[in-house]
Design a protein around this ligand. Sequence first.
Ligand code: GDP
Ligand code: IMO
Ligand code: MG
Length: 426
Amino acid sequence: MSVRVIIGAQWGDEGKGKIVDLLSNRSSWVVRYQGGANAGHTLKFDGKTIVLHLIPSGIFHENTKCVIANGVVIDPEKLLQELENVRAHGATPEGRLFISSTAHVIFPFHKQLDLAKESQLTDKIGTTGRGIGPAYMLKIARMGIRMMDLLDENVLREKVTQNVVYANSLLENLYDEKPLDVESNVSAMQAYAAQLSPFICNTAALLHDALDRNETIMLEGAQGALLDIDHGTYPFVTSSSPTSGGACTGSGIPPTRIEKVMGITKAYCTRVGNGPFPTELFDETGEELRSRGGEFGATTGRPRRCGWLDLVALRYACRINGVNELALTKIDVLNDMEEIKVCTAYKVNGEETLEFPLSINTFDHIEPVYRTFKGWKSYDSNPENRADLPETMQTYLAFIEEYLNVSVVILSTGPGRTETMELQEL
Ligand code: GDP
Ligand code: IMO
Ligand code: MG
């Protein structure tokens, strides 16, 4: 097994960080391929809790190299803070962390534009305010500033000037805000670049050499399939491609080298920010899931919306990503519930369908069709074998696997690295 993509199969926060950290000791490389500091990936081990936003979740495994690849949008200030944080927790990024010279840079004005746009929307997306949309917008407009540009003062000044002219036209005319100046943007970035330059390199070439040596590579997705710019609940999505296809463009690893796509899903659903959520619960069960699951955003601290597991949405996510193994997380949050529901179909205008809608308007007319399962009691420690799990939990797992035609290979029973059952050899 040499290349595995780990993707969020819902609306993000499925526990990707925990699973990537868990599997990193078997991987020579861990690669973030899209998104930016909108991500918040939580790791829990040795009594520590660490939230990573840009640095790959393999950073605490000394023998694993970490890459922030070309598809990521990097906020240098945030990255430097994060480097301090991981060092303080015992990691040594020097010589082990590689940052793509072609990754795009997030400046403070991207964040300003992000917030200004949100403030004018009636139907707000609920972005994280981390400048993600504007950074990808300017990348696609071929005006983006890349990590390599920070290392050349003339290029940097020229590109910042072009960006500032554009940003000012929006800030002054559309958003009624003060204009930016070029020099403060150039000097701030130069200071960051001086500290980051030892890490900046051609990461695609490094990964190709690693592929030639048959080394194990894990690609770490951020966000989730239903937040994908193409396949998610547009426009309530992020501005990148978290799906497995994005792993190729975002890293330079070709599709022919990807063998496994692991979908991470909670045993229920959450969503932070606005947009469709067919199985959302507005009653005390939703509240119970939120408080038991500690469902508050790892990046913004916002309460996450909660609801039952949606198999229609999950099947869609499995199909567009080519998921061939599943990690089911937060099963412990359902412990001691009398009844557990899963959505098995959508009723749209009286007709049942398994198809995930493409139009945002259709979501207003969805009535989820539920199947109810008997719950299970909590238990002290994970059994050696799947057959020794509570019978009702086994029934629940088997139903999900059969519905999706994918095996659950990891069962996560708590936030800690060791609170995990590997149901198959990985
Ligand atoms: P990510 O963005 O996909 O990496 O997920 P987040 O870190 O944003 O959110 C997942 C939250 O659930 C974090 O607080 C994790 O520590 C926690 N978590 C992960 N797996 C489990 C699990 O199996 N059980 C419980 N109770 N918490 C978990
Ligand atoms: P991880 O990697 C959950 C959501 C935001 C908002 C939408 C667009 O931790 O799973 P953006 O700032 O990206 O322009 O916001 O996407 N969002 C996330 N939700 N987990 C994330 O990342 C998210 N990153 C962005 O809440 O609804
Ligand atoms: Mg998260």
